[in-house]
Design a protein around this ligand. Structure first.
Ligand code: NAD
Length: 249
């Protein structure tokens, strides 16, 4: 039996990048996974890994999240992965940018957790895993003004839920990655390449800030998500787990 045998897991933004790999690993370890993404077509192929239920879901749509949460069986695991990287300092961040980043990166977690938590409590508890970032209150990264602020808020949200429900079987932890290979990172490298004179140079700039001399892999994040989701981490709650190849040292 897998490490998540018999568990029901909910994963947002499971179409690509870290969320995709986490959904694959949860499935491979025996969980029944309810995988969603803004773009449902990206969820194709997950069924090769196990028992999956896929759905298109925009986590910024409050009514859609509430309906989705109500439609689910009671989850044992909730993995909140959806997030967006806004580039720039405060000078490049207007109210619309601020609101969008907080809506997608923070409030979406609030919505989904609120939708499933009452039934999880009735069920005796469960594990909630929230995707934050090393770029948060733990570390600053240049030109990540509202991204860092929103991911810091994820850490506060995570600890608040952990403390409020620690006596009722709920654990809530946050994952704080450094720079991880993903489709959106490739996009960021292309964009930076246009400014600095070449894609290779841009990639080198991302890698040069990594003490290990390489980027992280989605699989490395998925292994931590698996641990936090499983009963192996049963004494762990309210933690902010750095997984950044030494970036923040
Ligand atoms: P990504 O950015 O490449 O993919 C994100 C996925 O989210 C896509 O499949 C997209 O369709 C989906 N999505 C976008 N808006 C959505 C919405 N409104 N509702 C539902 N789904 C939506 O993936 P990634 O880079 O692996 O990032 C995943 C998470 O990990 C994010 O929260 C990100 O902030 C965090 N993170 C990533 C890195 C990194 O270097 N890649 C580092 C630290 C934290």
């Amino acid at each position: 039996a897998g490490r998540l045998a018999g568990k029901i897991a909910v994963c947002t933004a499971a179409g690509q990048g870290i969320g995709r790999r986490v959904a694959e690993v949860f499935l491979s370890e025996g969980a029944t996974v309810h995988a969603s993404d803004l773009d449902a077509s990206k969820l194709a192929g997950l069924d090769a890994f196990g028992t999956v239920h896929v759905a298109g879901l925009d986590v910024t749509d409050a009514a859609a999240v509430a309906a989705y949460a109500a439609s689910l069986p009671v989850p044992n695991i909730v993995f909140n992965c959806a997030g967006y990287v806004h580039h720039g300092t405060i000078l490049a961040c207007d109210d619309k940018d601020w609101d969008f980043s907080f809506d997608l990166n923070v409030k979406a977690m609030h919505r989904l957790i609120k939708g499933v938590l009452p039934r999880m409590l009735e069920n005796g508890g469960g594990s909630i895993v929230n995707m934050a970032s090393a770029a948060s209150s733990l570390k600053a990264a240049p030109n990540r003004y509202v991204y860092g602020a929103s991911k810091a808020a994820v850490l506060g949200l995570t600890k608040s839920i952990a403390v409020d429900f620690v006596g009722r079987g709920i654990r809530c932890n946050a994952i704080c990655p450094g720079t991880i290979e993903s489709p959106s990172l490739q996009q960021r490298i292309e964009t930076l390449g246009e400014q600095v004179g070449g894609r290779d140079k841009a990639e080198e700039m991302f890698i040069s800030r990594q003490p290990m001399g390489r980027l992280g892999r989605p699989d490395e994040i998925a292994m931590l998500a698996l641990y936090l989701a499983s009963d192996e981490s049963s004494f762990t709650t309210g933690t902010l787990q750095l997984i950044d190849g030494g970036w923040s040292l």
